[in-house]
Design a binder for this molecule. Structure first.
Ligand code: NDP
Length: 314
């Protein structure tokens, strides 16, 4: 093999809670995992501040710190953690090819995909500047910080509807900003939103600006029919306009739903290609929590271990 090529037993792509948990289990099972961290080492949690819902941290912890601890735990058992991202794959043969940084070829007996998902954002400068300082893409993660306060959430799908009702239990007032004259969410979810007294739905409304110096102090919105502007007195701004799984390089190889979430066989992390497993947000559009990602990361390492054992690959 050329210098640019290398064979590994277990290749892990991605370094969020799913990838690191897969690495901990795979390393302890002596699969000698090699992990490529991807473009955002540590994943989505590195963009959050405090994490209070991960079991085992009674006082809470900071997202970046938690991911650093995940990394150290994976390293402690011998995971070979590397910089680099998977730029393309070839899953034709029994041995799987993955190209790193568009040049280095890795062949692997098993591949664990833990490439996660990225939240979609509106694209406003103020939204990015205050991200983590009152702006969040995860109500379940950050809603608690805004209890007894006023917040706004933008989006009209099932996620936005679910998160609006979740926030309504914690916050005194929730504005739901919907760009059309109707919601995309299921009728049942819409019904729940409409019957929650402290949610005010603003139809035909778009966000102009998130206001605030260091933290959010208000949100400026505009009615896209009348042009009328309004300033919402809120301290939290949640964006729930969908997620995009980071799975583009697997298109054509792996079965996916229409958004690009990898389809795994029920009760496992197996994909349609033998020896290729998917875990975390790359295959989960429903739960999307660090702890559920970690759970499926564990499953993928156990699935990979069994796959190798069944084939006598040591
Ligand atoms: P969706 O793609 O279903 O909805 C996104 C929403 O965001 C749409 O209402 C869309 O508006 C709105 N939106 C998109 N871009 C903008 C923008 N720039 N400005 C303002 N609004 C915008 O994403 P979800 O995350 O809600 O759901 C993803 C999938 O997961 C769906 O299939 C959903 O059913 C499923 N899901 C199921 C749950 C459950 O069963 N419990 C819970 C959560 C999700 P518009 O409608 O105008 O396009």
């Amino acid at each position: 093999m050329s210098e640019k090529s290398e064979h590994v037993k277990c290749l892990i792509i991605g370094s969020g809670p799913a990838g690191y948990t897969a690495a901990i289990y795979a390393a302890r099972a002596d699969l000698k995992p090699v992990m490529y961290q991807g473009l955002q080492p540590g994943g989505q949690l590195t963009t959050t501040t405090e994490v209070e819902n991960f079991p085992g941290y009674p006082q809470g912890t900071m997202g970046p710190q938690m991911m650093e601890e995940f990394r150290q735990q994976a390293e402690r058992f011998g995971t070979d953690i590397r910089w680099g991202y998977a730029s393309s794959v070839d899953f034709k043969g029994p041995v799987h090819k993955v190209i790193i940084d568009e040049e280095k070829e890795i062949t692997a007996d098993t591949v664990i995909i833990a490439t996660g998902a990225s939240a979609k954002w509106l694209g406003l400068e103020s939204e990015q500047r205050l991200n983590g300082f009152g702006v969040s893409a995860c109500a379940v993660c950050d809603g608690y910080f805004f209890r007894n306060q006023h917040v706004a959430i933008v989006g009209a799908g099932d996620t936005a509807a679910e998160e609006a009702t979740y926030l309504a239990k914690l916050c005194t007032k929730v504005y739901m900003i919907v760009r059309r004259d109707e919601m995309r969410a299921s009728k049942a979810m819409q019904h729940r939103v409409m019957n929650t007294p402290n949610i005010e739905v603003l139809f035909n409304t778009e966000t102009k600006e998130v206001v605030g110096e260091k933290t959010v102090s208000a949100v400026k919105v505009v009615n896209n029919l009348s042009g009328e502007e309004r300033v919402l007195d809120v301290t939290g701004f949640f964006v729930a306009i969908g997620h995009q799984p980071n799975t583009a390089i697997f298109k054509g190889w792996l079965d996916m739903d229409k958004t690009g979430y990898i389809i795994t066989k029920p009760g496992s992390t197996k994909t349609n290609i033998e020896g290729v497993f998917a875990c975390g947000d790359a295959q989960d559009k429903i739960y999307r929590q660090a702890v559920t990602a970690a759970g499926t990361g564990c499953m993928s390492a156990l699935d990979a271990e069994r796959y190798l054992a069944d084939r006598g690959i040591h």
